[in-house]
Every structure is written in C-alpha cells, then in structure tokens.
Ligand binder design. Structure first.
Ligand SMILES: [Ca+2]
Ligand SMILES: [Ca+2]
Ligand SMILES: [Ca+2]
Length: 451
C-alpha cells in the first residue's frame, strides 16, 4: 500500500471534541454497544469517522461491575489486560474493559484485512480509507450524537468489487464421453450477490475416493482440475466445456464447484462418472515408396503426417531409426524427416507413429547410389543369383554373354532401384561374363565373375 493511515480512539469523555481526532486526516473511532448504539462514554460529533464495538457495561441496564452467573461481564470487551500479577493464582492477564481504546483495534484489524487483500501495487491509503469508511454500515441509529457508521468488512470488500457470498452449488449437470475427453454440461447456478455463478471448476479423477477429500483450493493427488466458464450466461442457462487430455477406455469421476468473480466456491455437486471410448491406433495411409539418392550430401524430406493418420484425429509423434548409418542419416524434426545420403548402399528407415497410447510401424527403403554407377550388379562374385538394379523404374533390356561369346541370358522386363532383376546363374560354368544393361536410351556394360 502506498502511504499510511492513523487510526485513533475518539475518547471517552462523552463530549463533542477530541484534540487528536478532530484533526481531519486521522481516522477517528467511536465506541458502540452490543446494540449498535453509542456507548455512554464515547465522544461524538461530525468529525468521527467510524464506529466499532467498544463495550458498555451499562448496556441493557446492567451495572458496570455486574457479572453474569458464568463470570462474564455483560456488554464489555474481553481483552488482554496488562496488570501486575495480583496473586499466585492470577495467570490470566485478560480482563473486561470498555472504551474507544477497545473499539480502535477493531478498526485497525479491519484495515489490515482490507490491505491484506487489496493492498497490491498501486493501492493507496486513500483507497483504504474509502473502502473502510464508505463500506461501513450507515444504518446505525446514532441519534443526535453522531458516532459514524458501524464497521462492516464484508461490505468494504463488496465495495471493492469483491463478492463475499458463494454461488449456489451446481445441481444439474451431465457428462458426455468423447475421444480422450469428457464434455461437461451444467446449469448455471444463481449467486446471492452476483446474480449468477461465473463458472464451475470440474475436479476429475479415475479414483472415486480421491474426490472425497478434494477441493478446488487443494485437489490433492490423482485429481485434475478444469475450469468451465459460464461465459456470462445467466443463472438457469445451460453451458458446457470439455475436459481433454484424458486416457482412453477409462472411467472418470467428477464433481463440480461453482465459483463467482471473487473465486468464492459453492458447495460440492453430486459425483458423476463417464467412461471414455477405446483409442484407435494410427494407420499407414500407404506404404512409403523407396527413395533414391545420388552421392554423398544429397538429401530429401518427407512429411510423416502425409504417411500416417489417426482415425481419432490424435496428433502423432514419431520415432525414427535406421539399419545402415553408413548409407544414410535420418534427421527427424517433429513430423518432418530429413534424410541425408552418405555412402552408396541400401538402408531401411523404420518409422513408428504414436498417438500416445497406440502406435503403427512402417519403413522407407533408401538406396544411395553413385552417379557414376547408376546401373549396378551385385554381388561382386556371383554364386547363384546375379542382381541388377537400376534407377527410377523402366523397361530394361539385359544381355549376358560368356567369355566365349555365348549368350546365356537375354530378356526385357521392368527393373528399378527397389525392384531389382534376379538372374539365376547357378547352372552356368564359373568364369567371366559380360552384362549389357539398356534402359531409357542409355547402355551400361559390366563385367562379372561367376564362382
Ligand atoms: Ca477523520
Ligand atoms: Ca458471490
Ligand atoms: Ca488414436
């Protein structure tokens, strides 16, 4: 709070003057009785700012020294009482007293309470004085001897636009389970001082018993909270909101607490439950096609969200691995996969798409080729089968001739990098062979060895 206040007792002479309190900036405090009338001794006058309980032993025609059967002095203030010890049996140092000195600390306490709530940056002593005095109860019957309004902290809070009464509890609500979510619909309860609740907090748990001790201020373990605003809807209107990020195929229990603009919480609603449906695993839209890369440093990108989808619309996360790091390096970044070529060779990139609960696996074949050797034969020494792989798929002519000039194989068929041609050479004699490969108007010659 910026600035300070001086709160001072108006004096106990039953006169229309006090030398300190007559100074306007001082908050002067008169004393009232249990009946909210002027205590017989209290000073009074237009310079008094506010009234608080000060005790009055004569109130209700009691004598100032009279005690009831229980030993309580009627109408006075029981307070700390600094005396010397009267006897060995006097352990109390509490006593009954009356006076504006008893009324004044009530106002100091009320002021402290107001500052504790409102007294953030920018709050001033003038605003404190306004809330304290203008919130006080002017209905006090002060007669001709003015003692100011009766302190009323609740009204001061309300004057600061703080509600002091909680809304009614939510008495009508329903749950509607959706995929990993529950839609909560409720009828907006009324509120004594705000007219309507501002919204409701939904406490939700898989553990019904955990809700027994949960409150919005202290939900405790295994309880989650979601705020479902009424968005200005009037009392009696139906509003709804969704509690999301739940698990699938799980039963959840809920209670609602209505709240107002000052975060006063209502009593708890009844417990209800709903069960979320099963999750559907992600699916592969189509088997990814093989990727052909030429030479070290070549790279390409794939958007994995175009390969996988989730029937529930879940966002997918991806795990990427490769079986041949010598050939390619996969660099995943969210749903974008960058594939960097390293050395000629074949690699298989394994992709696992996960929706957080279930997953789907697929792979991308990668072939890194040397641009100087686009049509390949392998293995280097053939035992049974000679493999021929090319580039993008094309009708390919293959001729194999022995070292003596004899044609041992001649055919045309579709060949690609990922659909190699396998020629059975198991029945042929060991030795050198010449291979001619033609596609897309280009011709390549290879020498191979059959063991
Ligand atoms: Ca004053
Ligand atoms: Ca309220
Ligand atoms: Ca799913």
């Amino acid at each position: 709070m910026k600035g300070g206040v001086v709160i001072f007792a108006a004096g106990n002479e039953a006169i229309d003057y006090d030398v300190i309190c007559a100074y306007e900036p001082v908050i002067s405090v008169s004393a009232g009785t249990a009946g909210h009338t002027r205590a017989y001794y209290s000073n009074y006058g237009p310079w008094v700012d506010i009234c608080a309980p000060g005790g009055d032993g004569l109130y209700n025609n009691d004598s100032i020294t009279s005690y009831d059967g229980e030993g309580y002095s009627r109408g006075q203030i029981f307070n700390t009482y600094a005396t010397e010890k009267q006897s060995d049996y006097d352990y109390t140092n509490y006593g009954y007293m009356s006076g504006t000195s008893m009324a004044c600390p009530h106002i100091s306490g009320a002021a402290a309470l107001i500052v504790s709530f409102f007294g953030g940056p920018g709050f001033t002593n003038d605003e404190l004085t306004h809330l304290l005095i203008d919130g006080a109860d002017n209905l006090l019957a002060s007669g001709s001897k003015y003692i100011g309004p009766w302190v009323n902290v609740a009204a001061s809070f309300k004057l600061g636009n703080v509600s002091v009464t909680a809304p009614e509890k939510v008495s009508e609500y329903s749950l509607d389970a959706a995929h990993r979510a529950i839609e909560v619909s409720y009828t907006v309860p009324s509120d004594v001082d705000d007219g309507k609740a501002s919204g409701a907090v939904c406490l939700i748990s898989k553990d019904r018993n955990a809700l027994a001790y949960a409150t919005p201020e202290n939900p405790g373990q295994n309880v989650s909270m979601a705020t479902i605003s009424a968005n200005g809807a009037a009392a009696g209107e139906k509003v709804s909101g969704t509690v999301s990020e739940l698990n699938s195929a799980t039963t959840y229990y809920t209670v609602l607490y209505a709240y107002d603009g000052s975060r006063n919480f209502s009593e708890v609603s009844e417990i209800k439950s709903a069960t979320t449906p099963e999750d559907n695993a992600p699916v592969l839209k189509s088997q990814p096609e093989g990727i052909l890369l030429y030479d070290y440093g070549a790279s390409t990108f794939r958007n994995l969200d175009e390969l996988f989808s989730d029937p529930d619309g879940d966002e997918l996360s991806y795990m990427v691995s490769v079986d041949n790091r010598d050939a390619v390096t996969p660099v995943p970044n969210g749903n974008i996969l960058r594939i960097n070529a390293r050395n000629p060779g074949y690699a298989r990139i394994t992709l696992i798409a996960s929706d957080g609960e279930k997953s789907c696996e697929s792979f991308i074949p990668i072939l890194v080729k040397s641009s100087e050797d686009p049509a390949e034969t392998y293995p280097v020494q053939v035992e049974d089968v000679l493999n021929i792989r090319t580039e993008e798929g094309a009708e390919t002519y293959v001729l194999i001739v022995s070292s003596t000039g004899k044609t041992v194989y001649e055919d045309s068929c579709f060949v690609s990098a990922f659909q190699p041609l396998a020629v059975d050479m198991s029945s042929l004699a060991p030795g050198r062979y010449n291979v001619t490969i033609k596609y897309n108007g280009k011709t390549y010659y290879k020498n191979i060895v059959k063991k």
